[in-house]
Write a protein that binds this ligand. Structure first.
Ligand code: FUB
Length: 338
């Protein structure tokens, strides 16, 4: 069987570039073609910008998708990231982009690098935990912005970073304080997870912008970065980027503070990208795995990444089936309001 790809760039009468990708399968000389629509709105889900480090938040009937924005100039290989982006979707397949709600320059203490982030809601406010390069304390740091709406506008909630590199000495690298992920447990205690090479966590005060205890370390096999903490049916899930190039692995526990049982690989190396950075949510009866790869032709790659969405399925015992990364992406959620 020969598989080949026809790429058509069509310019609509509204001036938008529409990428119509038709996959044709040739079996014994007979060609069949998938619907172009299936591919146009499939993976990657954002085609007009390079997006990375997805973090999704369910708010009522919508999912807000926050991403980083890869903007390296032609010829440069390295992370060039100045801002975070925000999209919303009612059905996980179609989405709208909102005006840029947060830039790294909105944090006076930061000097660059709008790296991975997560937004979480509490008491009618939206707290955006971000990683950025600190301006005066060597290394990466974690800051928090706050807004009254999921689309912003967001502003620095503290005027300083909550985590700086001098607060974590277990790793000698300067970029171990990245990739924040936050959970509010059933007893209302919030926890911040983060890390690179070491996975850290600490309690947060109810105001969501101050630590409420010591910084702890979780021992996870081949932990690289990108912890994502979520809870479902009595199990806590700590998924993370595993080894390098990154796969995504996960551990489960009956308590947010562990002990954690390693459950193996969840997602394989993503196409054309050495990072994979996942977000996991449930929305209207379906579970989703949101991640990035480097699949936009022809410049896509490890520093020009693209967010993708595929289905995630749990087993009856709470473990998760291996993710199948697809070109088609997810169907429109049938339970979403029209
Ligand atoms: O986007 C910059 C960094 O690359 C993130 O903080 C990591 O998770 C990796 O995706």
């Amino acid at each position: 069987m020969n598989t080949y790809f026809n790429l058509h760039l069509l310019k609509s009468r509204f001036g938008k570039i529409l990428l119509a990708l038709t996959i044709c399968n040739s079996v014994a000389g007979e060609a069949t073609a998938q619907s172009a629509d299936t591919i146009v709105t499939g993976n990657p889900v954002i085609k007009d910008k390079y997006t990375a480090d997805p973090a999704a938040l369910v708010v009522g009937d919508s999912v807000y998708l926050y991403t980083g924005h890869d903007e390296p100039p032609a010829g440069k290989e390295g992370y060039v990231m100045h801002e975070w982006l925000c999209y919303s979707s009612a059905d996980m397949r179609n989405r709208e982009e909102h005006p840029v709600p947060l830039r790294v320059k909105d944090f006076a203490w930061a000097k660059g690098d709008a790296w991975a982030s997560q937004v979480i809601a509490r008491n009618g406010k939206y707290y955006w935990y971000v990683a950025a390069e600190h301006g005066t304390i060597h290394g990466k740091a974690i800051g928090i912005a706050v807004a009254d709406k999921p689309t912003g506008p967001f502003k620095d909630a503290r005027g300083s970073a909550i985590i700086t590199n001098d607060m974590t000495t277990a790793a000698t690298i300067s970029w171990d304080d990245i990739d924040p992920s936050v959970i509010i447990d059933d007893d209302a205690q919030a926890y911040l997870f983060w890390g690179n090479t070491k996975c850290y966590y600490a309690k947060l005060k109810a105001n969501m912008i101050e630590l409420d205890g010591p910084i702890n370390i979780i021992d996870l096999p081949s932990f690289t970065e990108a912890p994502w903490i979520h809870k479902r049916n009595g199990w806590y899930y700590l998924s993370y980027a595993y080894k390098f190039p990154e796969k995504i692995a996960y551990a489960i526990s009956r308590s947010v503070t562990g002990p954690w049982q390693f459950k193996g690989i969840l997602n394989e190396v993503a196409g054309n990208s050495n990072t994979n950075h996942q977000s996991i949510i449930d929305f209207k009866g379906q579970s989703y795995f949101i991640y990035h790869n480097g699949s936009i032709p022809t410049q896509g790659g490890s520093f020009r990444r693209s967010v993708c969405i595929d289905n995630l399925y749990y087993n009856n015992d709470g473990t998760i089936k291996r993710i199948i990364m697809t070109t088609e992406g997810v169907k429109a959620n049938a339970k979403a309001k029209k």
